[in-house]
Design a protein around this ligand. Structure first.
Ligand SMILES: Nc1ncnc2c1ncn2[C@@H]1O[C@H](COP(=O)(O)OP(=O)(O)OP(=O)(O)O)[C@@H](O)[C@H]1O
Ligand SMILES: [Mg+2]
Length: 315
């Protein structure tokens, strides 16, 4: 439903988006990750027909953003960065205005506004001027106008930015609930959010695409993926580090800082080794007193840093 072909944006001599191509299918929730200034918002602006590409194009629901921007906009709901809104309107008057632009009228219009207001919990501020709303409520009004016409494609630039934890939870649940019949592209700086709502993650650094895969694939890039953290009572295991190194399935042992009377280690597996079973048995056979044993899932921050800084250093 979205096809991005060699999309490029230059501002003078500066290339903000550099030859990006990918496609997104119905049902996918695509998370856009990348450092500040990477080109996420610029890509979204081109995708929604808000900025013209310097080269390349995007095809949305069969329409080319360069030649058929109105048809693209009709199929898209867009929450721009910072959720710009008319400050002297109220959420209700804004939603009525947007509904009319989107082709709703009469009872159907009012019904749809009621549905959307309930979905993003705007009841308490419907008649308050937008400029006097808190940041989170402004964001929710922005989200409401984006989903109002139940579009096939949703482009959400940091949809949970500035929301309280309850609202973050609700917006993520709403995104998941809407996902099956749509294409949703969202950007975020919350790496865990990608795992919670996205079926696919794309990382952009310095305008270039440098990762495209599932959230699991993203996490599995971490060197801590399937590592085992272990804490034992030191008096029962005085030579633990050396002993653990002798285990066949252990590639390396890192000594971690630990509390008095205990020793902690991070054990990295050899390829394809199932470490936790071996370590568990080993600890038991040695008679060490175990305080903690945990299979690490991988650290998203580390992977993000490696991928984005790695990409920057090759430029
Ligand atoms: N109109 C413009 N004129 C000049 N430079 C621009 C313009 N718009 C964006 N840029 C530059 O393009 C780069 C990409 O900006 P963009 O807003 O797409 O980043 P981003 O990935 O969304 O970052 P963030 O995570 O901070 O939102 C930045 O260096 C930005 O300063
Ligand atoms: Mg941005």
């Amino acid at each position: 439903m979205i096809e991005i072909r060699n999309l490029t944006k230059k501002f003078g001599p500066f290339t903000a988006v550099d030859d990006i191509s990918f496609t997104v299918e119905q049902g996918e929730v695509l998370g856009f990750l990348g450092p500040n200034g990477a080109g996420k918002s610029t890509t979204m602006k081109m995708l929604t027909g808000f900025l013209a590409p310097t080269h390349g194009t995007a095809i949305v629901c069969g329409h080319d953003v360069r030649t058929e921007p109105r048809a693209v906009k009709a199929n898209i709901g867009y929450l721009p960065e910072g959720a710009p809104l008319y400050p002297d309107m109220t959420p209700l008057s804004l939603l009525r205005f947007v509904a009319e632009i989107r082709g709703y009228s009469g009872t159907r219009r009012n019904q749809r506004i009621d549905e959307v207001v309930a979905l993003v919990h705007l009841e308490s501020v419907l008649h308050q001027r937008i400029e006097t709303l808190s940041k989170g409520f402004k964001r929710r009004v922005g989200l409401a106008q984006a989903i109002l016409h139940d579009p096939e494609v949703l482009i959400l630039d940091e949809p949970t930015d500035g929301l309280d934890p309850n609202q973050k939870h609700d917006v993520r649940a709403l995104i998941k609930q809407m996902a099956p019949g749509k294409v949703i592209v969202l950007s975020t700086h919350i790496l865990e959010e990608v795992e919670q709502v996205c079926t696919r993650a794309i990382i952009i650094a310095e305008g270039r695409l440098c990762f495209d895969g599932t959230p699991e694939e993203f996490r599995s890039e971490s060197r801590h993926h399937h590592a085992v953290s272990l804490t034992v009572k030191t008096e029962t295991a005085p030579d633990a580090a050396q002993a653990l190194e002798s285990l066949e399935s252990v590639a390396t042992v890192e000594v971690l800082p630990s509390a008095n009377g205990t020793s902690s280690f991070m054990l990295f597996p050899r390829e394809n080794a199932s470490l936790v079973r071996d370590v568990n048995r080993f600890v038991h056979d040695k008679g060490w007193e175990l305080e903690h044993l945990h299979v690490e899932q991988g650290r998203l921050d580390d992977v993000f840093r490696e991928i984005t800084q790695g990409a920057a250093s090759t430029v």
